[in-house]
Write a protein of this length. Structure first.
Lengths: 426, 193
């Protein structure tokens, strides 16, 4: 069953308006937070065990705690709403259906860390989500939840919506900061981490939309209540974006540790046409793929998926049935990463292109048996060798597809064409 | 191959290289409202450079694309080199470097859409519109592009039409979509008369 803490308002009429949000107790958490010591807010979030929901899963309270208390430069909050990982669309739902929960999370986080300027970096393609968060921020200013002297506390915060312009790499936190500063989105070498030197040279917290949207619930109900959901090491709920060959694709909020089988065959209604689940990419296109059998045995939390050899990532689950050509699927993934590599680091700039070319060659019938080992060797030189993880994001699917579906790749090469019946879905 | 010749000042009276000439087009002007918007943007960020993307967006939303003159204008306002703005415009995929059709059809071909028939959607649109990727119909009504994941995989195969998402699309859905867009364009022309 779903546990709807963050998605509780999704089905309400005009759920995106302030009137609707306040009618369900919205901004009560902010009132509570305003009466709390800022350090206590961070402590509560630390205690809740909330981890970054953008993909990396870093503990949120700890991230806030890294910001120096007595920084000489102004501190900033950057909200990562540049949702671009293929297969992920939960932040779009949050922005469209409940933008005020994000605004409330932004104010609470800013008060905790002592931030007076926040930016919401919204991906450029977002039309409706952009208009909805813009509307929510305007309403919040008018009602005194933003601006000078918030709720009479003397705390002030300005929020600016900043629109991206089409670049996957700007979802990487330092790429996002570079883009916010008006530059091309090329990630920075770390350290220094953004918490020390981030936007405009000041200490900066970069948090995903879903992460901040969880903060009001945690403050209002307490860390212990939040820990009542999920597992010991992965507390709380997570939004999963499920797409591909399922009967009911969509966004589902379940407690962490939820069985993958129940999400796919229960909430999502199983595989279309009663077919078999051939494979499952549980966390966005960059994480290692699972075979159908592996997926059926997995639970959806950080530790269980790591034990299964993959990652929770962004929770963007792509379900693949047995009519799908895995060579073709990998070619699509590698084409994407080659297109999105920013070009700074050689292993990524060259490696993503080589992977794309090799897989496309196999797909078009011109592959050789040596190509599979070549792909594996290239991926080994792409993981952990670059400034950011885009290189790893391209290498992990390639290595896992070729390892787990090697027979199919070999048959493709041997036959010089796709062995899977074509046009099963056309 | 011809040996490299020294430039003849008579053949190049302005003494500029051609690409530089191209960058220094006639300036475009901003309305009072747009000037106010630019001034407001400068108050929202600690540096002027941070307003590069928002001002480019403002211009593109008005005229549909980013001409060379806009690049020069943004460079001047933000006090950064023209080359910097040029780099930004060419790095991001959404700044149009040429005028585009009234309806920009962007077809997602990433994984979730691909496995549900995005290629078929793309082929249908190509045939119906008689244009290739990156092309615009002669009447200026439609432009067609391929895009990466639009974060709308539950609607796969999905197409973004200007700011709006449409999906899941099949052949019949494409016909209805094109008819609806043509119809609303015709009604708008009618209303404008």
């Amino acid at each position: 069953m779903e546990v709807r803490l963050l998605t509780r308002n999704f089905d309400r009429p005009e759920s995106w308006t302030l009137a609707s949000y306040e009618a369900t107790g919205g901004y009560a958490a902010l009132r509570k937070a305003c009466a709390m010591d800022p350090v206590a807010i961070t402590e509560e979030v630390k205690k809740s065990g909330l981890r970054g929901r953008g993909g990396a899963g870093f503990p949120t309270g700890m991230k806030w705690g890294f910001v120096p208390k007595d920084a000489a430069k102004p501190k900033y909050l950057c909200v990562n709403a540049d949702e671009s990982e293929p297969g992920t669309f939960k932040d779009r739902y949050l922005l469209e259906r409940d933008p005020h929960v994000l605004v409330e999370g932004i104010v609470i986080a800013s008060r905790a860390v002592g931030i007076h300027r926040a930016y919401v970096y919204v991906r450029g393609e977002f039309g409706l989500p952009y208009r909805r968060i813009l509307g929510a921020v305007r309403e919040a200013y008018a009602k005194g939840y933003l601006g000078a002297d918030i709720l009479g506390t003397g705390f002030h915060l300005d929020v600016t919506i900043h629109r991206g312009a089409g670049a996957y790499i700007c979802g990487e936190e330092t790429g996002l900061i570079e883009s916010l500063e008006g530059k091309t989105g090329q990630p920075r070498i770390k350290p220094p981490f953004p918490a020390v030197v981030g936007a405009f040279g000041g200490p900066t917290v970069v948090n995903n939309v879903e992460t901040l949207a969880a903060v009001p619930w945690i403050i209002e109900n307490g860390a212990n209540a939040y820990r009542g959901y999920g597992t010991e090491k992965s507390p709380g709920t997570k939004l999963f974006s499920v797409s591909g060959h399922v009967v009911r694709p969509g966004v589902y909020e379940v407690p962490l540790g939820y069985p993958l089988r129940d999400l796919v065959y229960g909430l999502c209604g199983g595989i279309r046409g009663g077919r078999k689940m051939k494979a499952n990419i549980p966390g966005g296109s960059s994480v290692p793929i699972l075979t159908g059998e592996e997926a059926l045995a997995a639970n959806l939390d950080y530790e269980s998926l790591a034990a299964a050899g993959t990652m929770l990532g962004s929770g963007g689950m792509i379900v693949i049935d047995d009519s799908t050509c895995m060579v073709r699927a990998l070619a699509t993934i590698e084409k994407f990463y080659a297109h999105e590599s920013c070009g700074q680091c050689t292993p990524c700039r060259e490696g993503t292109g080589w992977l794309r070319d090799l897989v496309m060659r196999i797909e078009s019938g011109g592959g050789t048996p040596a190509d599979l080992d070549k792909i594996m060797s290239i991926t080994r030189n792409m993981i952990g060798t670059t400034i950011c993880v885009l290189s790893d994001a391209a290498a992990m699917p390639a290595a896992s597809f070729v390892t787990k579906f090697r027979d199919e790749f070999a048959r493709h090469i041997g036959a010089g064409r796709c062995p899977i019946e074509e046009g099963a879905h056309a | 191959m011809q040996p490299f010749e020294k430039s003849d000042p008579a053949s190049n009276p302005q003494g500029r290289v051609p690409c530089e000439l191209k960058l220094l087009g006639a300036p475009i002007t901003l309305t009072a409202e747009e000037e106010a918007r630019v001034a407001w943007l400068f108050t929202r960020y600690p540096t002027r450079q941070a307003a590069v993307l928002p001002i480019l967006w403002m211009i593109q939303e008005k005229i549909g694309w980013v001409p060379e003159e806009a690049i020069t204008l943004v460079a001047e306002r933000c006090r950064v080199p023209v080359s910097h703005v040029y780099g930004v415009v060419s790095f991001y995929t959404m700044y149009n470097r040429a005028p585009i059709g009234a309806y920009h059809l962007q077809v997602c071909t990433n994984l979730s859409c691909q496995i549900l028939g995005a290629e078929h959607v793309l082929d249908c649109l190509r045939r119906r519109l008689g244009i290739e990727l990156g092309g615009t119909t002669e009447d200026g009504m439609f432009s067609l592009s391929e895009v990466e994941c639009l974060a709308a995989c539950e609607m796969a195969p999905v197409v973004q039409v200007n700011d709006d998402l449409v999906g899941p699309l099949d052949e019949g859905g494409i016909d209805r979509l094109l008819a609806r867009l043509r119809d609303s364009a015709a009604r708008r022309t009618e209303a404008g008369r």
